[in-house]
Design a protein around this ligand. Structure first.
Ligand code: DX5
Ligand code: ZN
Length: 211
């Protein structure tokens, strides 16, 4: 299973946290971008994110928690991220947003909040590379894993099999060495505070990767 580490909640400042993540065996830096509308807090200006992350030696997994995600795509593409993921609840322009991301040669992820019906994803599943299932309400690091995620993940795995689709499944929120046991069938996990509040980032990443 691949591991993406979010630097949203850390015991170190952002730059130190990023260096520490770079020195681990994690597969991706998970970049949580919040617009202060789709979720209450705002934590980015695009220019600052580009300055902060250009030159990083890790692949980037961008998670846009923002309304009208299409408006950020061209700028964020400068970072050459592996994935840009946006929320099914965040726009009526889902197909255009998917196409804009693909046009920039970036893999597309579609994310879904805990209370949104998985079936909302159905029309888009053949178009995306990744589905990011939120296992907490988006907006904050350090929340508790929601157990109902297990059913949602299993439903999605079944839908993927039945329709012979190839998208990856990623789970985000409250993942630690215990809760990861609930989602062993997924392809990628995001972990933030479990890694970045720990004394040894690589030890924490390794405990996740063993699964
Ligand atoms: C929540 C973010 C998550 C979060 C993960 O809005 O999308 O990526 O930072 O952090 P932990 O692992 O602390 O829940
Ligand atoms: Zn995230």
């Amino acid at each position: 299973m691949e591991v993406a580490v979010s630097y949203l909640k850390s015991k170190y400042d952002t730059k130190t946290t990023l260096k520490l993540i770079e020195n681990t065996s994690a597969n991706y830096i998970h970049v949580d971008l919040m617009d202060g509308g789709f979720v209450p807090r705002r934590n980015f200006e695009v220019d600052d994110v580009i300055k902060l992350l250009s030159g990083t030696n890790k692949d980037l997994d961008i998670h846009l928690m923002a309304f009208d995600p299409i408006i950020y795509v061209e700028e964020l593409a400068k970072l050459k991220p592996t994935y840009i993921t946006f929320h099914v609840e965040a726009t009526h322009d889902i197909v255009n947003t998917i196409e804009r991301i693909k046009w920039n040669n970036i893999k597309v992820g579609l994310s879904i909040k805990p209370n949104t019906d998985i079936l909302e994803l159905m029309p888009y599943l053949s178009l995306v590379d990744l589905v990011l299932i939120m296992s907490v309400n988006p907006g904050l690091g350090g929340q508790e894993f929601m157990v109902d995620t297990v059913n949602r993940v299993n439903n999605l795995i079944k839908i993927r099999e039945e329709n012979k689709l190839n998208f990856k499944i990623e789970v985000d929120g409250g993942i630690n060495e215990d809760t990861i046991k609930n989602v062993l069938g997924v392809d990628m996990v995001v972990s933030g505070s479990y890694v970045c509040m720990s004394d040894n980032f690589e030890d924490a990443v390794n405990k996740l990767r063993l699964n």
